[in-house]
Design a binder for this molecule. Structure first.
Ligand code: NAD
Ligand code: ZN
Length: 347
């Protein structure tokens, strides 16, 4: 990112490895909707000459003198969020906000990202995960952000056995919320989307009902399909700020809303007071940034190796060669009908 609205190539020094850190050589990277928000919507404010990207798998090139569990040559996944695990926020259970709200997000935000020949990982023992050989790099990329975020939506919504769940937005993140809802024991899963490639994937991940937001009010569609009752849980993973009000309207009293969507617009989320039981409906709204961390990432890896979730369905486009990153980024920006997520294999 050369500046808001401008991308290009830039030469930088190889990053320096501190005693707790690692330098990793990415072997595969994936552009993210957040990279598009960062460059073309100026979501983080001005950033100049910053290396983009926060989704990568790679080979460890160097480790600091205090790193215990990784060595040069190890194959690793690095999550998008790389907190400071000694911070008070981490001790309070919210490592993703270490150093300030949302500040566990460092790559392509507070420091250079992963669309590079080498990238720097802080607190390597806590922020990298060992990647087993049977998982292909392009599949493993979905462990950096799409799987952890989509599954976090299901945690925020606290899905229980038999819950009916509506997932608003079925891009790659929402699709992982659909898969996660099923794993957590949801009964009916309503997936709100429109693009056929995403609708197909949602059905494969276990959605029982598809709702097209382009075919009328989604609250009315949910009401019709549930005999006016609404759903137990809602996960928001796409759409604008109006989705918060829609979620409040469609969730039953005592229900929970988990939001992982990024709301770019300033302003407010417009909670409709009567639908919120005039403040007394026990409708909980929880929104969160994905948790990072080695323990969690290795647990998500075990979901793949145990055959519980197959995120490879998300990777619709695979490019080969470092020089293909701009093409993949542009594809993410244009979002053609057949795209869910692109991957770039560096070699
Ligand atoms: P995406 O843009 O690929 O998917 C969102 C989908 O929602 C798109 O397919 C879009 O067509 C659809 N959509 C648009 N308007 C809609 C509406 N009114 N109702 C229903 N669907 C609608 O993005 P993604 O990669 O799946 O990410 C989803 C969101 O999560 C983005 O805002 C992203 O920035 C955010 N995100 C958050 C975190 C986190 O840690 N919380 C991490 C990664 C991404
Ligand atoms: Zn991302």
């Amino acid at each position: 990112m050369l500046g808001i609205g401008k991308t290009g190539w830039i030469e930088k020094e190889r990053p320096v490895c501190g005693p707790l850190d690692a330098i990793v050589r990415p072997i595969a990277v994936s552009p993210c909707t957040s990279d598009i928000h960062t460059v073309w919507e100026g979501a983080l404010g001005e950033r100049s000459n910053m290396i983009l990207g926060h989704e990568s798998v790679g080979i460890v090139d160097e480790v600091g003198s205090l790193v215990k569990d990784f060595k040069k040559g190890d194959r690793v996944v690095t999550p998008a969020i790389t907190p400071d695990w000694g911070s008070l926020e981490a001790q309070g259970g919210y490592a993703m906000h270490s150093g300030g709200m949302l500040s566990g997000w460092k790559f392509s935000n507070f420091k250079d990202g992963v669309f590079a020949e080498y990238c720097h990982v802080n607190e390597a023992d806590a922020n990298m995960a060992h990647l087993p050989p049977e998982i292909k790099p392009e599949t493993a990329l979905m462990l950096c952000d799409m799987m952890p975020t989509g599954l976090h939506g299901t945690e925020l919504a606290d899905i229980q056995f038999g819950d009916s769940v509506c997932v608003i937005g079925i891009g790659p993140v929402g699709l992982m919320s659909v898969a996660g809802a099923v794993l957590r024991g949801a009964s009916r899963v309503f997936a709100v989307g429109s693009r056929p490639v995403c609708v197909d994937a949602a059905k494969k991940y276990g959605a029982t009902d598809i709702i097209n937001y382009k075919h009328g009010d989604i609250v009315a569609q949910i009401a019709e399909l549930t005999g006016g009752k609404g759903v137990d849980r809602v996960i928001i993973a796409g759409g604008g700020a109006e989705t918060v009000g829609q979620a409040v309207k469609m969730v039953k009293p005592g229900g929970r809303i988990g939001n992982v969507n990024y709301f770019g617009e300033s302003g407010d989320a417009g909670i409709p007071i009567p639908d919120w039981g005039n403040g007394m409906a026990h409708k909980l709204i929880a929104g969160g940034l994905m948790p990072g961390g080695r323990l969690r990432t290795e647990k998500l890896i075990s979901l793949i190796t145990a055959g519980r979730i197959d995120p490879s369905l998300l990777v619709t486009h695979v490019f080969r060669g470092f020089d293909k990153i701009p093409e993949a980024l542009e594809l993410m920006r244009q979002k053609p009908a057949d795209l869910i997520k692109p991957a770039v294999l560096m070699e």
